[in-house]
Design a protein around this ligand. Structure first.
Ligand code: FES
Length: 92
């Protein structure tokens, strides 16, 4: 199962496991990580993160691969089956 590592600007990090059909933001909200978010619809951009590693494991809502280094976690999924990891860094 693909692992997700998310780091905040205060250098704390959390490790999560990808879940099929669950956005990165939904996974983060299950933890104690204080993730900023608002619209949950990909409009405000507050949930954005910079992708440091594993961009090729990220999928957008329509199932296509993500091309940008900055993602909206409320609209991004992680490929469920992989022995690799995705590393993200918060922006806000
Ligand atoms: S919460 Fe608004 S873009 Fe993700």
């Amino acid at each position: 199962m693909t692992k997700i590592i998310i780091k905040s600007d205060n250098k704390k990090s959390w490790k999560l496991e990808a879940e099929e059909n669950n956005t990165i933001l939904n996974l983060i909200l299950k933890t104690s990580f204080n993730m900023p978010y608002s619209c949950m619809q990909g409009k405000c951009g507050i949930c954005s993160c910079r992708v440091k590693t594993g961009k090729d494991l990220l999928l957008s809502e329509d199932g296509s691969y993500v091309e940008s280094d900055v993602i909206k976690t409320c609209k991004t999924y992680v490929k469920y089956q992989s022995d690799r990891f995705v590393e993200l860094e918060t922006i806000f």
